[in-house]
Design a protein around this ligand. Structure first.
Ligand code: ZN
Length: 329
């Protein structure tokens, strides 16, 4: 397990169903053993001296002493589980619930499913899990890729506007796989300048890919970076933008519908980044036959994500109405 060479197997590396989840993880011991296999299955890594694959002594389940520097390292240290007072199998149940709801979940939904007394806890857990949804070092998009911007939060028509009138600008890249879309990447951006848009493409698309955009000048430099740049002159062709760049426009409208539906549109710009990560995680795995594999991938991300203490998740300005711990109704 956790080996990059082989893909995880259903029923062996991850549970296939709710009853299996419960049978595998009756207590913290079992959860810690699973996390140890996930995090250190390819070799123990010491957080203190940085030794990779070095020797260690077991102290108790989930805790090891590095033979090189003698520091103790817990399997949950430096992860989103760090310092959690609730049992790990509640976390596992939360992850299972989150990956099994195709449209995503609200804090109220998670609170009632897990029987939490506190709405605040459910809200904080969901935000921590969103942070875990995008693994560092993930792969770049390849092949033909459509790129375009979209505006979130408002009704102002048109695009490429200077100043978004309080709206968030996001840029979306979608692999064009013919009739269907491949993987997506998206990010909130401060402006639609050439610097910003070119950086996004460089960060998310493999060199040599065919990048399709409209004729906005912000994309003019793409061809200088070993991409083959295909420009669609929307006005000239007479086709509206959603015909010229169909995949990216479909993804943008799915994203907007999802934000309005599951989250009632109550997402601030600051928190939008995490919702974009969640949308990306769900969209890119929408055809996964095994929801258990998403459970496995999300736990992998949770082990890689930095801990997010509650006070860092909220700032008074960042709290959206209807999705805040102070406003559980
Ligand atoms: Zn060490």
């Amino acid at each position: 397990m956790a080996s990059s060479e082989t893909s995880p197997r259903a029923g062996v590396d991850y549970p296939r169903a709710w009853h299996e989840l419960n049978a595998w993880f009756p207590d913290d011991e079992a959860c810690l053993a699973y996390l140890e296999r996930l995090r250190w299955g390819d070799g123990f890594v010491c957080r203190f001296c940085g030794t990779v694959g070095g020797d260690w002594w077991p102290l108790r389940r989930g805790l090891r002493r590095c033979a090189a520097c003698r520091h103790e390292t817990s399997v949950t240290a430096g992860t989103i589980f760090h310092g959690s007072r609730l049992p790990l199998n509640s976390w596992f149940a939360a992850v299972w619930y989150v990956v099994n709801q195709k449209q995503g979940v609200s804090a109220l939904g998670l609170q009632s499913v897990l029987g939490f007394g506190s709405y605040q806890t459910a809200w904080a857990w969901l935000h921590k899990l969103r942070r875990a949804m995008v693994l560092p070092g993930r792969e770049m998009l390849t092949g033909a890729v459509e790129v375009d911007e979209s505006y979130i939060g408002g009704t102002r028509p048109g695009k490429h506007g200077r100043g978004a009138d309080g709206k968030a600008i996001i840029v979306i890249a979608v692999e064009d796989r013919g009739k269907s879309a491949g993987r997506v990447r998206m990010a909130r951006i401060p402006d639609v300048s050439a610097d910003t848009l070119t950086d996004f493409v460089l960060d998310h698309v493999t060199r040599g890919a065919e990048v399709h955009t409209d004729a906005w000048p912000g994309y003019h430099h793409i061809g200088r970076h070993r991409f083959s740049h295909v420009v669609t002159h929307v006005g000239v062709s007479g086709d509206p933008a959603h015909v010229a760049l169909p995949h990216v426009h479909r993804v943008a409208s799915l994203l907007k519908r999802w934000l309005l539906g599951t989250h009632q549109g109550a997402v601030t710009h600051e928190q939008l980044d995490y919702y974009l990560d969640e949308f990306t995680f769900r969209f890119n795995r929408r055809r996964s036959r095994h929801r258990g594999l998403l459970f496995y991938r999300l736990l992998e991300g949770a082990l890689a994500a930095q801990p997010a203490p509650y006070k860092t998740l909220i700032s008074p300005r960042a709290l959206p109405a209807g999705d805040s711990p102070a406003n559980p109704g």
